[in-house]
Design a protein around this ligand. Sequence first.
Ligand code: NAD
Length: 488
Amino acid sequence: MRNDNQNDRERIQPVPKHKEWKCLYFERGRSGMEDDWPKGLCRYCKLRDVCTLPKPAGGVWHCQHYKAMTSRTTLYDTVKRQLEKAEEAAHFDRDICKILAETQNELVVHFPVKRDNGTVHMLTGYRVQHNNILGPFKGGLRFHPLVDIDEVRALATQMTWKTAITNIPFGGAKGGIQMDPQDFSRQELEKISRRFTYALGNNIGPDYDIPAPDVNTNPQIMAWILDTYMTTVAPCERNRSIHVVTGKPIEAGGSQGRNKATGQGVVYVIEKWAKDRGFDLKGCRYIVQGYGNVGSWSARLMKTHGAVLTAVEDVTGAISNREGIDADDLAVFVKAHGGVRGYPKAREIDREKFFSTTADIFIPAALENQITAETAPLLKVKLVAEGANGPTDTEGDRVLQDKNIEVIPDILCNAGGVVVSYFEWLQNKRSEFWDLEEIDNKLRKVMINAYERVVETAQKHRVDNRTAAQILAVSRLETVYQERGIFP
Ligand code: NAD
């Protein structure tokens, strides 16, 4: 069977001059930092059976994940380019754009964790605070092998735009640890989460910088962070610190609806998009990339409209069924098996076929830089609703525009998570507990309002939705900077 692995093998030859493609894992294995690393194999890619090539004469390994890291543009390049585009279109104050183009604070911590086998393992964690003129820094924590300072800078910057667009009183931040959680036991993950929290110290805080879940982090990890943070503050401060993280389990002070919030927000804006066009979601076809928190919730909530899920891709592979895949049933399977691969009620397809699936709506809900000059031409959809952060790079965006594929951009589309995080934060501060109906109603209102303002801005400035969302965010920040002035 010809699969995407073969395509990758062909595409990645030869290694370009001055730009080596190296596999992150191979490098680690070679440097001996990971004693238990299977030398000579890229373990992460092996999950997808990609990086099993023999070592080429040049001495470096080819790896599609590393290729993504070193390829044309990084997410941070894309984020900066989007700001420049908005600046050009709306003629913002140049000095204010200079401030917004930079991050405010950047923290890199290297910390040890004792593994179950008694050895010590060093990890690197990041927290980048982009801007807090609208309120405390706010943003998720990601545990992933490709986390690096540039990625965290980009994601922190995007958080500032999201909070500005949705009119919530937070700034933007992001953090993460460069690691693959699959390599660690539950006990080790707990130790890592706690030690990272300790390393961050008072660089986070309930009214200063408030983390939340992101890729490979979840309510349990938030509970460990909360518990660790609370033990580091004075006893009389502890109960006033419960809002140091959001996305907590309900019993530990979390909010109804936070777990599904990002997917719910995605579906609210899709509903609005469909309503404005007289498009019937019932019976429409959609495909989803990533079946974690955002992807699986988006898929399950689309199902409630009678929409038909026909293809899904995640890190383990891609599946398709023209008759429809039951989103709830697939979520149960993924929870039990760790991915969509092997789901018995669909057939396995390769990445190219996944992107070529004919559908009405595509919800990318995995990682950044997935819709590129290579994959965008394959898409046969009417709408891309960006559940992930930065799923479309600059070249991919151009292709989508050429093909007249509409886009609900990430900084609008996936803002539901931070909006319900704000609700959780407010409930904690006021010792209140809102019911799900109240949360959903409030979230819908915020998302629809933000959507309408993006569409109005697009019409006013005659720009695409992505640039409009960016303009909307910057104009709010510009107003506040102009009112407050620059110290001193
Ligand atoms: P998650 O860890 O729950 O799920 C990630 C999913 O992406 C998994 O299904 C994984 O298999 C898949 N994936 C990873 N690498 C892939 C690859 N190379 N190809 C295909 N699939 C791959 O993470 P999440 O919280 O659902 O986050 C997904 C995206 O949504 C990220 O971009 C994140 O920043 C963004 N986001 C998340 C939230 C939130 O509240 N969790 C809020 C806003 C935005």
